[in-house]
Design a protein around this ligand. Structure first.
Ligand code: ATP
Length: 337
């Protein structure tokens, strides 16, 4: 653990972070749930929320998801629930779920099931917001993971403080500060054995890569990575809204319900906008998220077309017809002709 200079104690920093992140989004009377794993990040967040919520006229509860994947998970979830009650949170909800591997691997399937359960419970109890305990170090690790994947775009943006009903107040707080805050308040966090399992890339980044980067490049590397994520996200949001404006100019719908794009209008755009326009049409018109490779393939139909036929992508078919790109559902009745 690096010794970082601190102006204020971690408990105060966490309370301030909770206050600032909810200010301007939550209104008086709103119910805010903390997603509590029992680890130091979410436990210190739960304590911060329990302190701040009544001062801001908010109600505060907790949701604990028991993935039922490891022996003892039920006891661990009950212990976290007990800690939440001791902090004065109400309601405290324990959701036991069955994780089915959806093909994305055990970790990703558990995560998807967890977010699904959290959202379901949030709606059931009428909560407006869910606060999550992701820290600045999680953010830095997310950026490095994105870089390593080489997928560019959104994977480098890290996480936003507010994303729909999900709020991440601790993105400016180091993990070690959450550990210290727990100790300072006499809270005993749970240690997730998965955090030591080096078969996970994220764990190897945390345990092996970040310490080297810190010692070679300086202790501010996590902040620098997190700042980069914020800048990239802000730039990208600007490009997204420009792309939407342009899309309105060059998009039309034909009599078969297919979305058509004027190629002439598309190719005059810089590559970043061109790709975003194609992605936006697929997403907003058909509910399909194009991967980077698929986006490039679709954009190439506009810029490098040599008479090739339609591209079939999961859920969507895109083809070039004279001066237009045609986007239709895969399995469109016209495909049979
Ligand atoms: N079992 C759980 N029940 C409720 N909330 C949880 C649970 N596990 C994690 N969380 C919430 O998610 C936050 C991040 O946890 P963690 O870093 O373990 O997630 P992850 O598996 O890396 O996935 P992701 O970062 O995509 O959420 C925690 O601080 C907590 O708020």
């Amino acid at each position: 653990m690096t010794d970082r200079p601190r102006l204020t104690p971690p408990v105060a920093d966490i309370r301030r972070a909770v206050r600032n992140s909810l200010r301007g989004v939550a209104v008086e009377g709103d119910l805010v749930l903390v997603a509590l794993s029992g680890g130091p990040d979410s436990l210190s967040l739960a304590a911060g929320l329990a302190f701040e919520a009544p001062r801001a006229g908010l109600r505060a509860g907790a949701i604990i998801v028991d993935h039922q994947l490891q022996p003892g998970s039920a006891e661990q979830a009950d212990r976290a629930a007990e800690q939440a009650r001791e902090l004065g949170l109400d309601p405290v909800l324990v959701e036991r779920i069955d994780v089915v591997d959806d093909g994305a691997g055990p970790e990703a399937s558990a995560r998807a099931a967890r977010y699904g359960a959290i959202d379901r419970v949030r709606e059931e109890v009428g909560a407006s917001w869910v606060v999550l305990g992701h820290t600045l170090d999680d953010q830095a690790e997310t950026v490095l993971l994105g870089l390593a994947r080489g997928s560019g775009g959104k994977s480098l943006h890290g996480m936003a403080v507010v994303n729909g009903p999900l709020v991440r107040p601790l993105l400016g707080i180091h993990r070690e500060a959450t550990q210290q805050a727990c100790a300072d308040q006499g809270l005993e966090p749970w240690h997730d054995p998965m955090n030591d399992d080096e078969s996970y890339r994220r764990v190897r980044i945390r345990k092996n890569v970040m310490p080297v980067l810190e010692s070679e490049l300086g202790p501010g590397i996590a902040e620098a990575l997190a700042r980069t994520a914020t800048t990239l996200r802000e730039d990208s949001e600007t490009l997204d809204s420009l792309a939407l404006e342009w899309a309105r100019e060059i998009v039309d719908t034909d009599e078969d319900g297919r979305v058509t794009l004027d190629v002439g209008g598309l190719v005059t755009q810089p590559a970043a906008l061109r790709q975003r326009i194609c992605r936006a049409v697929a997403e907003q018109g058909f509910g399909v998220s194009l991967t980077r490779a698929h986006t490039m393939a679709v954009a190439a139909l506009a810029t490098e077309w040599r008479g090739q036929g339609p591209i079939d992508l999961p859920g969507i078919r895109v083809e070039r017809n004279a001066g237009r790109l045609l986007f239709g559902y895969a399995g469109h009745p016209d495909d049979e002709r």
